[in-house]
Write a protein that binds this ligand. Structure first.
Ligand SMILES: [Zn+2]
Ligand SMILES: [Zn+2]
Length: 55
């Protein structure tokens, strides 16, 4: 089973409250996982699949 880690800070999101995951808005193929902390600070993320960057 794959570990769910934040795409920005690589934290295991099961330990962070308010974490979220969604499919990449750019390609719709890659699952973007963000921890609650990175959501609060609006950390940047980049899709390794298509290069989409978002806040
Ligand atoms: Zn994070
Ligand atoms: Zn993508």
């Amino acid at each position: 089973m794959e570990k769910l880690v934040c795409i920005s800070c690589k934290t295991d999101i099961s330990t962070v409250k308010g974490s979220t995951m969604f499919m990449c808005p750019g390609c719709g193929k890659f699952k973007i996982i963000r921890c609650g902390k990175c959501r609060v600070i609006s950390a940047d993320y980049k899709c390794p699949e298509c290069g989409f960057e978002g806040p």
